[in-house]
Write a protein that binds this ligand. Structure first.
Ligand SMILES: Nc1ncnc2c1ncn2[C@@H]1O[C@H](COP(=O)(O)OP(=O)(O)OP(=O)(O)O)[C@@H](O)[C@H]1O
Length: 196
C-alpha cells in the first residue's frame, strides 16, 4: 500500500525548490498530487505543476461534488486566496506513493481522510533571518513584488508553525535547508526507508 509524503514548512523555507529536486531525482517513482488554489498565478509558475489555478465558481462546483479533502482560506492584502486538495482521479494509494506540498493543517486533514499510517510529514526548517532574506530575494525577481503580503505571511507563519502546533500535528523529524543537495539526499533516504 502506498503513502503520501507531505512537504511542510514556513514560507520560503524551500518547499518548492526541494520538492522539484526530489522529483527530478525520482529514483523511487513518487507521483505528485497537484493542489488547487484560487490565488493568481505567479511569474514562472505553470498551471497543473505547482497548483491547478482555478476560480471561485470552479471551486464551488468541486465543493458541491464533495471532492474537497482540505481547504485553507487566507485573507491576503489582495483578497481571499484559497488553497485546497481535492479527492480527484490523481490519488490511487493501492498502486502508488505520492509527494505533495502542504501545511500543518492540510497534513492533519490528510491523515484524517486517509489514516495515520498512509501520510508522512517532511518538515523543512530554516533559521528565520536566512529565510526572510531568501523571501526578499525571491520577491525582488517578481515583476510586481508584493512585499506587504510577504511580511504578512512571515508573521502568520510564526503562529501557524508554533512549537505547540508542530507537536500537535505529530511532526517529529525535521530537515534543515542550509545545503540544498544535502537536504534532498536526506529526504530521499527517509522516503526509501518509509516505503520499504
Ligand atoms: N538551500 C537553499 N539555498 C539557497 N537558496 C535556497 C535554498 N532553498 C531554497 N532557496 C531559495 O529560497 C527561496 C524560497 O524557496 P521556495 O520558493 O522553494 O520556498 P517555499 O517554502 O516553497 O516558499 P512558499 O511557501 O512561500 O511558496 C527561493 O528563491 C529558492 O530559490
Amino acid at each position: 500500500m502506498g503513502k503520501i509524503f507531505c512537504v511542510i514548512g514556513k514560507s520560503s523555507s524551500g518547499k518548492d525548490t526541494i520538492f522539484k529536486q526530489i522529483l527530478e531525482k525520482n529514483t523511487v517513482g513518487l507521483k505528485t498530487i497537484v493542489p488547487y488554489t484560487t490565488r493568481p498565478i505567479r511569474d514562472g509558475e505553470t498551471n497543473g505543476i505547482e497548483y491547478f489555478f482555478i476560480n471561485e465558481k470552479e471551486l464551488e462546483n468541486l465543493e458541491r461534488d464533495n471532492k474537497i479533502i482540505e481547504l485553507r482560506a487566507y485573507h491576503t492584502v489582495h483578497g481571499i486566496w484559497k488553497y485546497f486538495t481535492a479527492h480527484d482521479e490523481q490519488i490511487d494509494l493501492v498502486s502508488n506513493n505520492y509527494i505533495m506540498i502542504g501545511t500543518l493543517d492540510s497534513y492533519m486533514k490528510l491523515k484524517e481522510f486517509f489514516g495515520d499510517k498512509k501520510v508522512r510529514p517532511i518538515y523543512i526548517e530554516l533559521e528565520d533571518g536566512i529565510r526572510l532574506t531568501r523571501a526578499i530575494e525571491r520577491e525582488k525577481l517578481q515583476e510586481n513584488p508584493k512585499y506587504s503580503e510577504m511580511c504578512r505571511r512571515f508573521l502568520a507563519d510564526a503562529q501557524d508553525f508554533s512549537e505547540e502546533n508542530i507537536k500537535k500535528a505529530g511532526v517529529v523529524r525535521r530537515f534543515e535547508n542550509q545545503d540544498l543537495s544535502q537536504i534532498v539526499e536526506d529526504i530521499i533516504q527517509y522516503i526509501v526507508q518509509e516505503i520499504k
